[in-house]
Design a protein around this ligand. Structure first.
Ligand code: G16
Length: 540
């Protein structure tokens, strides 16, 4: 195997002066820099699978919301979760090893982690629609062959589909079986659960879905074939921005990130007033809803609003099912959550809120501390996870009334409808459609549940983003020294002011968030804090 790894790695040399880091969502950068990184991620996957006794590891090649010329790669653990934290560091070490040291570092990890070479290694992988994907897959396959790994190429998938398949593969034939190990199995599971969750309910009107010209487009077209239209248990979906042939159109003036950061609908959307609209991102793991209010214009229903909608609905069902005493429900957010949403969850819904750093792995982990853990980043990345106790209670609780029986049935359906492995735009969309149908709410009624504090997100380009170090779930900077005090001074002058700055884990930039009582104050605060960061970033 050593000779094979050496020979294969010589085809994928590391760019000499580059330093790589496994970030918020794996490795991300310009695609032309990724060849050696993807090769080495293949090596990590082989090690990880062997370390876990031959369980299957997933690899997704995508740069999600980033521009078309970028790409990225991330590893998926056997139950469909993000890669365990300590292994991010091993991945970073391998990615940064000099070509001549690569084998030594690989064998060092094998020894340190007590990995047995005789154990089989199993990997599945997929990619999004980027033009750079196929070449990167070839680099990956070289690593998998050199390490003697068994592998399956699932070709084009959304990121959450790959997470789903990873879990299905590892649980197949066990009592924890998560579903049929195929893309078709995914559509069948979602569509069947949707029909059960919608029993006796109807969606009203059309939902316009912007697919960011990414892999979500063809996959949503596929899912639609399994869903009924309009009538009971169906939904009328109008798909836009589903052009995956024009590479440069990916995430361009469309998609969840565009809508959230620009706070406006994609120009291609022709939806009428008060019509439900949503946008996926490039790999369909995020979703944002919005609509046009004839009086107030564009209204955003972001990840916070989806989280509060889900928490209130599931909270009510748990109460109707008489399970409130047994099951702990909570919401997990990041520093980007609008202050008004946090207040609404705590005060109006009476539920606890946990705050974690950005990155689904942190939120997911915190959510598993609850029996029903609702987690969403404000950017629309999130899901709901149910504990084994919750799933058992949904199955075994004896209903004493038809209302209780119906609540239990809906909860069981939701547990199948909601992707338990990771945020999934397609599954989340069906969840939102289900809830709105049950509540007979228009998007306007949903929007009125609480009023967001005006907020602004600014992207600041700096020379070295790694100089910006944070603490307290990214809400405070510890470095550069003195900067936090200056931010605090600005915030203290603003009503309901809050602001923070953090280094992005997916782009070469620092992100600044600010909110305040008025639009003017929020914009002003964001631009002043961004100015401070820009100043610190110059020359650093
Ligand atoms: C990724 C992560 C998200 C994160 C986003 C932005 O999303 O999975 O958890 O919120 O990047 O991260 P950052 O601010 O660190 O750049 P995606 O949809 O691009 O995979």
């Amino acid at each position: 195997m050593d000779d094979k790894i050496l020979a294969a790695s010589s085809k994928h040399p590391k760019p000499v002066d580059r330093v790589f880091q496994y970030g918020t969502a794996g490795f991300r950068m310009k695609a032309n820099l990724l060849d050696s990184v993807v090769f080495r991620v293949g090596l990590v996957a082989a090690l990880r699978s062997r370390k876990l006794g031959g369980q299957t590891i997933g690899i997704m090649i995508t740069a999600s919301h980033n521009p078309p010329e970028d790409n990225g790669v991330k590893l998926v653990d056997p139950m469909g979760e993000m890669l365990e934290n300590s292994w991010e560091a091993y991945s970073t070490d391998l990615a940064n090893a000099k070509d001549e040291d690569l084998l030594k570092v690989y064998k060092g990890l094998e020894e340190k982690l007590k990995v047995n070479r005789e154990t089989p290694a199993r990997v599945i992988y997929a990619r999004d629609t980027r033009a750079s994907g196929p070449a990167l897959v070839r680099a990956l396959v070289d690593a998998l062959q050199a390490t003697g790994s068994e592998y399956t190429d699932y070709k084009l998938l959304t990121t959450p589909q790959l997470h789903y398949l990873t879990r299905c593969t590892n649980t197949e034939g066990t009592p924890q079986s998560y579903g049929e190990v195929s893309e078709k199995g995914y559509y069948e599971k979602l569509s069947e659960a949707f029909v059960r969750a919608m029993k006796g309910k109807k969606t009203v009107g059309t939902v316009t879905v912007d697919c960011a010209n990414g892999v979500g487009g063809p996959k949503l077209h596929e899912l639609v074939k399994y869903l009924k239209k309009g009538s009971e248990g169906g939904v009328d979906i109008k798909i836009i921005n589903d052009d995956v042939l024009k590479a440069e159109s990916l995430n361009h003036e469309c998609g969840a990130d565009f809508v959230k950061t620009k706070q406006r609908a994609p120009p291609t959307s022709k939806a009428g007033n008060n019509e439900r609209c949503c946008s996926l991102d490039g790999d369909a793991d995020r979703i944002i809803y919005y609509f046009n209010d004839p009086e107030h214009g564009f209204r955003l229903l972001d990840g916070d609003k989806i989280a509060t909608l889900a928490a209130s609905f599931i909270g009510d069902l748990v109460r109707e099912a008489r399970l409130s005493d047994e099951l702990k429900i909570g919401v997990v957010q990041t520093a980007y959550a609008n202050g008004a949403s946090t207040k609404y969850v705590e005060k109006s819904l009476g539920l606890p809120v946990a705050c974690t750093p950005t990155g689904v792995k942190w939120l997911h982990h915190a959510a598993t501390k609850f029996d029903v853990g609702v987690y969403f980043e404000a950017n629309g990345h999130g899901t709901v996870v149910f504990s084994p106790q919750a799933l058992k209670a949904f199955r075994t609780k004896d209903p004493e009334s038809p209302a209780q029986a119906a609540a239990l049935e809906t909860l069981r359906a939701l547990a199948d409808l909601i992707n338990q492995t990771v945020g999934d735009a397609l599954s989340d969309m069906l969840l939102v459609e289900t809830i709105l149908a049950h509540k007979t709410w228009t998007p306007r009624e949903w929007d009125l549940t609480y009023v967001d504090l005006p907020n602004r997100l600014v992207r600041v380009e700096v020379k070295n983003r790694y100089l910006f170090k944070t603490t307290d779930a990214e809400r405070k900077l510890v470095e550069p020294q003195g900067l936090q005090e200056q931010i605090d001074a600005l915030v203290s002058k603003v009503r309901d002011g809050r602001s923070f700055a953090r280094a992005s884990g997916t782009e070469d930039a620092v992100r600044v968030y600010a909110e305040a009582a008025t639009r003017g104050e929020a914009d002003d605060l964001a631009s002043k804090v961004a100015g401070l960061c820009r100043q610190e970033g110059i020359g650093s």
